[in-house]
Design a protein around this ligand. Structure first.
Ligand code: ASP
Length: 340
């Protein structure tokens, strides 16, 4: 039996064309994409496709569109073996993280891919990305999908989506997964890293569509004024702050700064500490400069990326407003997004 894969085209460079008038890259019609890759017709996979009516540059991505994507997945979940989502690379790590939380007990591959050069250009990276993403989404072992999580496939590597970060706007290798191993290396053969892949289970898919976007990122830097810190911590209607700290979770020990953070925690604002470093983890208490954060109730985000932290907070705050539950969920590994 041929595997069935549904392509969901949201937009991004992969399907863009140059506007002859302005010279700018703009999302194009999905038909253009299939015309450009005749190889798709040779696949031993039953392909179907849905396209956003108005494809977007992923810089226009919004939580409401994540809901639209998971609704498409839910509607087609029993009909296909896997999903490939074509998406701009700019916010792909955010979308992959969000989908991972919104799709609980996922047991089929959901692979996001895109490209740095449009599919119609001669040196495009889009063809290989799309073709291999489809191959992985269709791959089964003893009738079961080999991959059963939300991933990003880019430039010969498959990553756990909520571990990724777009680190390069120039190279074809645009993504990194600094704190979790690569799941598949695509060379002559597809080498599956079976011990790193999530195990399939028999639970039924639960789709979560309630997200709370009332969060903010406060990135520290030497010289940040108390005025800026206070303005952010006192923003109206904010429920959570991602504190991007130095190194292994360190921040200034200045009394005014620590007092402001403490006041925010006491007011019920959730503060999640993630590192500005590309790799490694927050370890509150390792240094004096992070011990006070632990003491006043800041939650250590471990080795979570900022992208995963954004998605996890939106998901957790959308699921419950009970403080104890929120803290418990944030400190747990929900979808393989953090090493505990
Ligand atoms: N600006 C584009 C987007 O994210 C870049 C890309 O597709 O890689 O939609």
């Amino acid at each position: 039996m041929k595997s069935k894969v549904l392509l969901i085209y949201t937009g991004g460079t992969i399907g863009m064309m140059q506007d002859p008038q302005t010279g700018q890259l703009k999302p194009f019609d999905f038909k253009h994409l299939t015309q450009q890759i005749p190889e798709l017709n040779k696949f031993d996979v039953e392909l179907s496709a849905v396209s956003f009516e108005k494809p977007i540059d992923s810089s226009d991505m919004q939580p409401i569109i994540w809901v639209e994507i998971v609704e498409i997945i839910k509607k087609n979940y029993s009909k296909v073996d896997g999903f490939v989502i074509l998406h701009g690379s700019d916010t792909m790590s955010y979308t992959a993280s969000a989908l991972s939380f919104m799709l609980e007990n996922l047991n089929k591959p959901v692979i996001l891919t895109g490209s740095q050069l449009p599919i119609g250009t001669i040196r495009t990276d889009g063809k290989e990305n799309l073709i291999t993403a489809i191959e992985i989404a269709a791959a089964k072992e003893k009738g079961k999908p080999i991959v059963s999580e939300v991933c990003i496939y880019f430039e010969y590597q498959l990553y756990r989506g909520n571990r990724t970060h777009k680190f390069n706007a120039e190279h074809f290798q645009a993504f990194q997964s600094p704190n979790y191993p690569v799941l598949v290396e695509a060379g002559v053969h597809l080498k599956y890293n079976l011990s790193a892949l999530k195990k399939t289970d028999t639970k039924n898919l639960i789709v979560h569509t309630s997200l709370n976007p009332n969060i903010v990122i406060l990135k520290l830097f030497p010289g940040i004024t108390q005025n800026v810190v206070d303005s952010i911590l006192n923003l109206a209607n904010i429920n959570a702050v991602i504190l991007e700290t130095f190194g292994s979770g360190n921040a200034s020990t200045k009394k005014a700064f620590v007092d402001s953070i403490k006041k925010a925690v006491d007011r019920g604002i959730v503060i999640l500490n993630v590192t500005q470093c590309n790799a490694g983890a927050v370890e509150q208490g390792k240094y004096e400069t992070s011990a006070m954060l632990e003491k006043i109730g800041v939650i250590g985000g471990g080795d979570m990326t900022t992208e995963a932290a954004v998605a996890k907070l939106m998901y957790v705050l959308g699921t419950t407003n009970e403080k104890k539950k929120i803290v418990k969920l944030l400190k747990s590994d929900l979808r393989g997004e953090v090493s505990l």
